[in-house]
Design a protein around this ligand. Structure first.
Ligand code: SF4
Length: 216
């Protein structure tokens, strides 16, 4: 499937069509929204490798960050290092979404979904590059795992953003309630494994290894 088809399909999914086809008008608006986003987006990302320690009492220690999360611990089982990852589509996308929401709510909803699809696509591209570099050293990435997913508390956005110096490196900051600015941004922990399990880039949800012990 070519990339443009894939991003349209993802945007349709985010809009809640499920397996149903989107109508012609919606598809037109999706195409136009991606064009508008291409003009305004300034995607940036940052990543850094940290050592990971699993303590006897079930904590994960990554640099100065200590995490309690059963789902993340399972996903990182066997990993001795992780990639901390941050990415954003930039402030231009927020400005565009604000402008459109003042005049056309239907278009604003579609724009939101397209921006979410574009961010995922950008993160996937970044992750593929990181994976390719690590594979040269016979190291393999687990799926991205973001704060707020499962029992990995959203408050861990803060140490990830701090440890990657995201404010300076990619212009990403957090509000007191852990909302990201710009809004179309992501932080994540990605396990590095020595086992040659090539996890699909779209993660555990689409993976066929139903009996995998690391499934998030
Ligand atoms: S279920 Fe699949 S994608 Fe998820 S950790 Fe296991 S091998 Fe990787």
């Amino acid at each position: 499937m070519i990339e443009t088809e894939k991003r349209v399909r993802e945007a349709v999914r985010y809009l809640g069509f499920g397996k149903n086809e989107a109508d012609e008008r919606t598809l037109e608006l999706i195409q136009q929204s991606f064009k508008d986003l291409e003009q305004e987006a300034g995607p940036k990302s940052i990543c850094q490798i940290f050592d990971l320690n699993h303590t006897d009492d079930g904590r994960l220690v990554i640099g100065q960050m200590e995490i309690r999360s059963k789902s993340l611990s399972r996903n990182l089982k066997g990993c001795r290092q992780v990639v901390l990852f941050g990415a954003t589509l930039g402030a231009g996308v927020d400005r565009l979404m604000r402008r459109i929401s003042l005049t056309d709510m239907a278009r604003a909803v579609i724009l939101q979904s397209c921006a979410a699809a574009m961010l995922e696509e950008y993160c996937d591209e970044c992750q593929k590059k990181i994976a390719a570099e690590l594979e040269e050293e016979h190291l393999y990435l687990r799926p991205r795992f973001s704060p707020g997913y499962g029992d990995f508390d959203i408050c861990y956005q803060e140490p990830v953003v701090r440890m990657l110096n995201c404010a300076k490196t990619i212009g990403l900051t957090l509000t007191d309630s852990f909302m990201m600015t710009p809004t179309k941004s992501v932080t994540a922990v990605i396990g590095i494994s020595t086992q040659k399990d090539r996890c699909p880039i779209s993660g555990c949800e689409v993976c066929t290894k139903k009996d995998c012990e690391y499934r998030r």
